[in-house]
Ligand binder design. Structure first.
Ligand SMILES: Cc1cc2nc3c(=O)[nH]c(=O)nc-3n(C[C@H](O)[C@H](O)[C@H](O)COP(=O)(O)O)c2cc1C
Length: 395
């Protein structure tokens, strides 16, 4: 990111998680209700493990805000791990109890998780030292920071939403969801499915996977609506917003592919069916009858909705185990089981929203500049005015 920077810290069963977000302008009103709601939305979803019943994520703001208004200084956020009290003997930063550490030592790496690669990289014998940080618990800190990015975007009329597009094979290959589809998603429904008619079948599939010691993946769609035109740039490879968004989306744990707009169907057809016509709107401007490009052309936002679908692999921790080895003997052994979700797709959508919001907020500040909201909004009004006048009267 160019203008914003986000660093998170903390282990899954340690005392808690931190997020430090720098670069946010002063004078932004903090919407604590939005923050609370997004933290709760990340925890929800049919198929989550028992951990989500223990935690009730609340964000403490430890810096950067005074009287519900940002100061321009680093935002310092803290999310306590309520489960820490059960893990302190194994996770205490000062002193641990060796026999308890040994009881929870991880030495049969899970294929698809970070255990083996992370152990090899950091030369840890206890793979818990890897999984504690690789755990998607860390995303609670990202969602907290992302809520502040959403508050900034809302000030220029941009909102975000998400929903589960497919779970396993259910819903796969369906049409690309629109903003209107996402507005119908019920955050309290079991899986936050975009197509409510598919949700009972999805729930049955989760039940079956759970019974069989299996796990599931799927796809979530994230849409930003009211996106300012002209964010990102075509002039340099690392300024293209599609690339920056893809990196952020792929950083969501277990997300392995990202689709912008209708990229998959477009790649399989003729060009005339892949692009979005530009036609006069009859009122001196233009319109785009379709949005197959998902709001981006040349790495620049074109004013249409930004549409991203994130494809998530099935969870790597299977109750029935996967073929692996025991690092103590180097002999074949089933992978270790650690309390786990069967699927975490609904949460992945909320995390996706946070990541997209952070990239968009960064691109917005990069374009507009400004240290205070007054400056940001003044520059925003000026940009809108200039864009509305472009390209000027016909010759
Ligand atoms: C919200 C969320 C919850 C997750 N919960 C689990 C889990 O309970 N068990 C598990 O093995 N993986 C879980 N994952 C996936 C792992 O965090 C991920 O596969 C792992 O960190 C390895 O990273 P990679 O899959 O991106 O390569 C979850 C992912 C997300 C987004």
């Amino acid at each position: 990111m160019k203008r914003l920077s986000l660093i998170t810290g903390g282990e899954s069963h340690g005392p808690g998680l931190t997020a430090t977000l720098t670069g946010m302008p002063a004078g932004l009103e903090v919407d604590y209700e939005l923050l609370r709601r997004d933290m709760a939305r990340r925890m929800h979803g049919y198929g989550r493990g028992n951990r989500m019943k223990i935690e009730s994520d609340e964000v403490e703001v430890h810096g950067g805000v005074r009287g519900a208004v940002t100061l321009g200084s680093p935002l310092v956020l803290w999310v306590a791990n309520r489960d820490y009290k059960n893990w302190q003997p194994m996770m205490d930063p000062v002193e641990t109890l060796p026999h308890r550490v040994e009881q929870r030592r991880v030495h049969q790496p899970r294929p698809g998780h970070t255990d083996l690669a992370g152990g090899l990289k950091y030369l840890h014998r206890d793979l818990r030292n890897v999984l504690e940080r690789a755990s998607a618990r860390e995303t609670a800190a990202r969602v907290a920071a992302g809520a502040f990015a959403k508050m900034l975007l809302r000030a220029v009329g941009c909102e975000l939403a998400s929903g589960v597009r497919s779970l396993g094979p259910v819903g796969l290959g369906g049409p690309v969801p629109t903003w209107q589809d996402l507005e119908q998603v019920d955050d309290r429904s079991p899986l936050r499915a975009i197509r409510r008619d598919l949700e009972p079948e999805m729930v049955r599939l989760v039940d079956r996977a759970k019974e069989e010691g299996e796990t599931l993946g799927g796809a979530v769609t994230v849409i930003a609506h009211g996106v300012p035109a002209g964010l990102g740039s075509h002039v340099q490879w690392d300024e293209k917003l599609d690339g920056r968004l893809a990196q952020a989306a792929l950083s969501v744990p277990a997300v392995k592919a990202v689709e912008i707009g209708a990229a998959l169907t477009a790649s399989a057809g003729f060009g005339s069916q892949a692009h979005d016509a530009i036609e006069p709107d009859g009122a001196g401007r233009w319109r785009r009858p379709t949005n197959r490009a998902g709001g981006l052309e040349g790495g620049v936002t074109n004013g249409e909705d930004l549409v991203l679908t994130l494809y998530k692999k099935p969870i790597a921790t299977l109750r029935k185990g996967l073929p692996s080895i025991d690092l103590d003997t180097l002999e074949a052994h089933e992978s270790q089981y650690e309390r786990s979700d069967v699927t975490a797709l609904p949460a992945a959508g909320v995390i996706g929203e946070a990541m997209v919001a952070l990239v968009l907020a960064d691109a917005l500040l990069d374009k507009l500049g400004g240290d205070s909201m007054s400056e940001v909004l003044a520059h925003w009004r000026q940009t809108l005015e200039l864009q509305e006048r472009w390209p000027g009267a016909p010759a």
